[in-house]
Design a protein around this ligand. Structure first.
Ligand code: FAD
Ligand code: A2P
Length: 287
């Protein structure tokens, strides 16, 4: 595996009082555990954190792993988490919601540098470049923490080798909830090794639904009325040329899939690569 340089110097934005600066990697964790090396709180419901990466831990861009913490009785509480860092990086990164009274995140929200986290070795997922047919453009459509797998994919050189243009749409309720994706995109554009291809090939479209912003509206609406493609001077969605990855709530996933099926897009899998793939960003109705 090619090890590229770490692209994110992950300094906190304006919430310095709620953020912890990154610390040098080091210290040993028990088998099956990794150590937290940085934490950033983006809003009162969203935070990201980094850990060391065990040398044997391998994954493909877009995959998720089970991570967790022990409860008061020492029993593991684990949940699926998309890996937000690129596969070539020497650390791991995750982007998390805080669910009030959530079994895991009500504890995970308090993690600090030096804490241990459970990391199961198996990784899997459907947001996999191998499940897509070749095409010209790749649309990455996410709401909320559904951005996490795309934080990995937009830093994978293979994404830009496979597609001429990559269109990342991140839909959130508020501008503050875009903070993490804005930072990842800005850092990726400035990165010495991947920056040139990201700058040339990635279109980043942040959109909010409950505040005024440069781009407003649900992703489903932006797709359906053709505003997304036209605002980027791209042709309307076409199954011959466009490939799509979707990661959001069940409602978003279903609504976009319905639009794509109506345009003759076919869902892809490993044995039969297709035009689009879907991953749930969480199970349930959302908070
Ligand atoms: P849970 O009991 O697991 O969840 C309680 C309720 O909170 C859920 O029923 C749902 O209504 C809501 N909820 C849970 N997660 C979210 C979310 N992310 N956004 C909005 N509402 C939510 N979560 C992340 O924060 N980051 C990730 O990268 C991530 N990747 C995932 C990948 C997959 C394939 C799946 C299936 C889930 C993923 N999740 C992710 C959700 C995660 O597994 C947990 O559900 C979440 O961390 C909350 O855990 P909990 O134990 O606190 O609450
Ligand atoms: P809205 O504000 O109109 O509900 P959430 O925080 O609830 O996960 O939502 C994240 C973003 O996803 C919000 O902008 C929300 O818009 C949008 N959203 C929620 N459900 C859908 C859906 N079925 N289709 C498209 N966008 C959705």
């Amino acid at each position: 595996m090619t090890q590229l340089q770490n692209p994110t110097s992950f300094a906190a934005p304006d919430q310095a009082d709620r953020s912890l600066a990154s610390c040098p990697k080091g210290g040993n964790s028990a088998p099956g555990q990794v150590k937290v090396t940085a934490v950033t709180h983006w809003t009162d419901k969203l935070f990201s954190f980094q850990t060391n990466r065990p040398p044997s831990f391998r994954f493909q861009s877009g995959e998720f792993a089970m991570i967790g913490l022990a409860d008061n009785d020492g029993k593991a509480i684990t949940r699926a988490y998309s890996i937000a860092s690129p596969h070539w990086d020497d650390h791991l990164e995750f982007y998390s919601i805080i669910v009030p009274d959530g079994p895991l995140t009500s504890r995970l929200r308090h993690i600090q540098i030096g804490d241990d986290i459970i990391l199961r070795p198996k990784t899997t997922g459907t947001l996999n470049l191998a499940r897509l047919r070749d095409g010209k453009r790749l649309y990455l459509l996410a709401t909320g923490t559904g951005f996490a797998p795309f934080a990995s994919l937009i830093r994978d050189p293979e994404t830009y080798e496979r597609f001429d243009e990559v269109i990342l749409v991140h839909g959130c309720r508020t501008i503050a909830e875009l903070g993490y994706s804005q930072k990842i995109v800005a850092d990726s554009r400035a990165h010495p090794l991947i920056g040139e291809m990201v700058t040339a090939q990635l279109h980043y479209v942040p959109s909010v639904t409950r505040e005024n912003f440069t781009q407003t509206g649900r992703i489903t609406t932006l797709l359906a009325d053709g505003k997304l493609a036209s605002s980027l001077s791209l042709p309307p969605l076409d199954a011959d040329f466009d490939r799509i990855m979707i990661c959001g709530s069940i409602g978003l996933n279903q609504d976009i899939a319905a639009q794509l099926l109506a345009k003759n897009f076919q869902e892809g899998n490993l044995s039969s690569p297709g035009d689009y793939v879907i991953e749930r960003a969480f199970v349930g109705d959302g908070i």
